[in-house]
Design a binder for this molecule. Sequence first.
Ligand code: NCD
Length: 439
Amino acid sequence: MRLLPQLEGLHSAESFAPEFLQAFFARVREVEDTPGLFADALRGRVVAMVFLEPSTRTRLSFEAAVLRLGGSVITVADPRTASAAKGEALADTARVVAAYGDAMVLRHTGEGASRLAAAVTGMPVVNAGDGRLGHPTQTLTDLYTLYRAWGSFQGRTVGLFGDLAHGRTARSLLWGLVALGARVVFLPAPGLDWEPDFEDRVLARAGYRPARACHPLLAAWTGREVARVAEPPGAVQGRLFAGEAPPLLEHLDALYLTRLQQERGAAPPSAYPRLEPGRLEDPLLRDCLLLHPLPRRGELPRELDEDPRARYFEQVRHGPAVRAALFLALLRSDRWSLPPLQPLPAGHPDPSLGLCPNPRCITREEGLPVPWRLAGAGRREFLCALCDSRLEVDYAGCRSTRRLHPLHGPAVARIQPENLRPFRDRQTALREGYLWSPG
Ligand code: NCD
């Protein structure tokens, strides 16, 4: 096992490699089973909780984790009492916090906020929710709950239900589920689906295949009986022929419900779906664990709380141990090292690409040009390095030959990544002295 001297922070569930997750689950188990062993591990360490968006569970479970490890916390719990309310930029707030704490836990409305805070401070920053982009420690809690129930994720089918467009927990969970080889069924509420390029990118990275399945019950949740399915590599599935009905979705092993995220601009669909308790007798749900990041609204009726399949309060109970295991890896790597997270590629600051197209990106709030990175192993997709939005790029130049090519031409594949320079338009490149080379 390769050991990393110190995790540098946690920004996105895209970083979860299977070896990391397996080792992490074992560590959480140790923390839960033998808390006394860790009671002093963070003595003398200060963790800053900077919550610039509302939170109950997440903040308290991070605080409980630090306190149970013998460390101290300093907290901004209410955005109205922070200098952000006076218009302070996150980059400045982060530098101030870095002077007081050994690590920072950040919740922010700006997408990519934790990556920016880490970049300007160099301190370990944990993303506790950045806009609708991600919530990786919630995913660790969700996955750990399923791991305790199942051991392995192979052959398991998980449904993601509700407001996929605006929720961050389902987005993060998708990265985690594909890292561990589960099959995923997408069950967005009507009109509340995420953008297809996000799903395509996650599936492509993990070698998953898009498929479809149907069940009459799904119409009550999504408005359609047919759902998209992400099939793990190697899953035996017949090929669908044009016009052929998709196969029946026989059962779900877990259903991950999420609420309508009205604070992120989700207009309520005429009726947000709800899990009717009577449906749990259907073979589709007979052995299905029910998870929810909470808070809930009407989608998850309280009558289900005593059902043995309900696991949402168990998720809450695992929260502090999950976060404690993360702090041990971040701040006490001398004692508790873990296999590395997959690093997110570094962003290239490149003023010529202008602003990030995503109005919720933290760079827009901070007035910064978009830093870009390449998507996964593919060479032809450029993303904002902070919020992962796809950037419109039509041309690529080579810094060493100073030639400019159409992005989808054959020459681009031969440019070394460190020499690649994306351009939105030809004029900018020509002005910089690049030579147009259409071949
Ligand atoms: C989630 C969040 O903040 O994204 N809550 C949480 O962290 N437990 C889900 C939500 O607010 O709906």
